[in-house]
Write a protein that binds this ligand. Structure first.
Ligand SMILES: [Zn+2]
Length: 252
């Protein structure tokens, strides 16, 4: 296998591992269309996939997939034989089988499967759901499809929004640093207000002044009044002849 192809598949695997919790051994859900393509291109699925992924794999199928392949008879006989070799995973439709495509869709809702199929319409449907991984054969070459637009969008949205615990940590750090937090009525703001030294209340300050007896107080007040008056006493001296003129004017 070419190194580039290996690198690309590893990159795709890393995307699903990081963002959608896929993990080793990777579970491959294989349908009869994939087996049919393998047969036509003389691909031995187990060998090829081991080479391609170079990781631990679990190759699975379901009863619905096998029953559908069997029902198609002759043309799919070879593919049916191949698909029967894989581990038959319980799908919940035992006793009342559904179509392979519906079965695969229902399976991928709950678990992390890489769906190996050549069914174009099934691929199309799975691409619309974030976190679904697709594998198909391009002639004899397995291809793990890059993340769909739906998967990319989902991941972008998730990475833009900070997880709740991170936001809480930021708020916590802000509290300790004394930076106003985003929440208006936050406890941190209340604490900060409490810590602030209060401005002295002018009324309470007056009360604290030692009381003096009446005469002393009068004197003191007098002094204050005098000192307050001082600037006012700066009267402009008016010459006598000017005063007379003013008086005359008032009389007139
Ligand atoms: Zn089923």
């Amino acid at each position: 296998m070419k190194i580039n192809r290996f690198k690309k598949s590893q990159k795709v695997l890393a995307f699903f591992t990081t963002n959608f919790n896929y993990y080793e051994p990777y579970q491959l859900l294989i349908d009869a269309t994939f087996c049919q393509a393998a047969l036509q291109n003389q691909v031995i699925i187990e060998e090829q996939l081991k080479k391609y992924f170079q990781s631990e794999l679990k190759l699975l199928t379901t009863q619905c997939i096998i029953l559908e392949a069997e029902s198609l008879g002759g043309p799919l006989a070879g593919a049916t034989m191949i698909v029967k070799r894989f581990y038959v995973h319980k799908c919940g439709h035992e006793g009342k089988p559904i179509s392979a495509a519906e079965c695969i869709k229902s399976m991928t809702k709950s678990s992390r499967y890489i769906v190996a199929t050549q069914d174009k319409s099934l691929q199309q449907k799975l691409r619309k759901v974030p976190g679904r991984a697709l594998l198909y054969l391009h002639k004899a070459t397995p291809v793990l499809e890059g993340p769909s637009d739906a998967s990319k969008k989902y991941v972008n949205k998730k990475s833009n929004a900070l997880p709740e615990n991170v936001e809480k940590r930021i708020e916590g750090l802000k509290k300790t640093a004394g930076i106003p937090t985003t929440a208006g009525d936050d406890d941190a703001n209340k604490l900060k207000k409490k810590k602030k030294p209060k401005n002295p209340n002018p009324l309470s300050c007056k009360k604290k002044k030692p009381r003096v007896n009446n005469t002393e107080r009068k004197d003191a007040l007098h002094k204050v009044a005098k000192s307050n008056d001082k600037p006012k006493r700066k009267r402009i001296k008016i010459a006598n002849h000017v005063k007379e003129v003013i008086k005359k004017n008032i009389k007139n």
